[in-house]
Design a protein around this ligand. Structure first.
Ligand code: DGY
Length: 323
């Protein structure tokens, strides 16, 4: 029997590309360009499996091609808002993702953003590198203390729980959160968290608000001007989830007016073309979607895609089946 024909839409770490090639008739996007809709449509017609990433818009137009050969979309990433799940379901195409393996690294980036914006790390480095530093002064570049403050989580899934663990056990922070469903009691108790009845309650009370909800249609602009206005003027917003969860215009306005103190962002609406207003702000730390960007994690993500693929082609239910 011939090996299933697989397309990897972006370059993966060499080690997992090699593993994939041993087991499958694997094809790679050697110049690593973001795929166009036409290329993705062709891929749906020509391959048994397509392994997309967040940079591929696997929409209804792509999934709905006539006579698709593709039977499984093995997403390289945990978030799958770039894939039209309803269309995949309707077309009988299996979708898998890569949870767990990127949880800690993404929570680390959320911590990094929180510390860097509160302690003015980016601003300080720019200050020093541009030759403006004249030496230590008691009133120079004063930031906000992180230890002992209140961290408010919007969403209480794996990454939020990992951030809560680091923040509570490492930085003695009080944890409050909002989650649509009831998380397991032991996860809440482990970080002595308090569950709030609404997003608004979290926004009013937290010193740091960290977003950990999916970038679904219904969460688009969940954090808008009205909700930003509820935050304390001393509070910070941290986003490692998806850019569409925050209304960029509203956030830029709040940061400019100083109605909140700052923001730490790893994801953007329309990335990589983020709103140019962000670039002018000293009170924003901006990272280029680095949440899961460590060598170990990216290898583990590739292996998790492979594990799901192997199960699928062996006629089993993949461990991370989304639909
Ligand atoms: C994820 O895994 O969701 C990362 O943001 C990359 O897609």
């Amino acid at each position: 029997m011939s090996k299933p024909k697989i397309l990897v839409t972006r370059r993966w770490p060499d080690a997992v590309e090699a593993e994939l090639s041993q087991r499958y008739d694997a094809h790679f996007n050697r110049d690593d360009h973001p795929m166009t809709v036409a290329e993705l449509q062709a891929a749906m017609r020509d391959y048994d499996a397509v392994l997309p990433t967040v940079t591929d818009s696997v929409n209804a137009e792509v999934i709905g091609v006539a006579n698709p050969r593709c039977k499984i979309l093995g997403n390289f990433g945990v978030g799958y808002n770039h894939i039209d799940i309803a269309a995949a379901k309707a077309a009988g195409i299996t979708v898998t993702n890569t949870p767990d393996v990127l949880t800690d690294c993404t929570a680390d980036i959320a911590m990094l953003l929180m510390l860097e914006i509160a302690r003015r790390g980016g601003e300080g480095e720019r200050h020093l590198r541009s030759g403006q530093w004249t030496g230590w002064r008691p009133t120079h570049m004063l930031g906000s203390k992180v230890t002992g403050k209140t961290l408010g989580l919007i969403g209480f899934g794996r990454i939020a729980q990992a951030m809560a663990h680091k923040a509570h056990h490492g930085f003695d922070m009080d944890i409050i959160f909002y989650n649509r469903s009831q998380p397991p009691r032991d996860k809440i108790d482990y970080v002595k968290a308090r569950q709030c009845a609404s997003i608004e309650d979290v926004l009013r009370e937290a010193d740091f608000v960290a977003l950990h909800c999916p970038g679904s249609q219904e969460n688009t602009h969940l954090i808008n001007a009205e909700r930003l206005a509820l935050m304390k003027p001393t509070a910070y917003l941290i986003n490692t989830a998806r850019g569409n969860v925050v209304d960029s215009e509203a956030l830029i306005a709040a940061l400019k007016a100083g109605t909140i103190m700052g923001a730490g962002l790893d994801v953007y609406e329309g990335e990589p073309n983020l709103h140019p207003g962000f670039l002018e702000l000293e009170n924003a730390v901006l990272l280029p979607h680095l949440g899961s960007a460590t060598s170990d994690t990216r290898i583990a993500m590739g292996q998790r895609v492979l594990e799901n693929l192997d199960a699928f082609f062996a006629g089993q239910t993949p461990r991370d089946k989304v639909c």
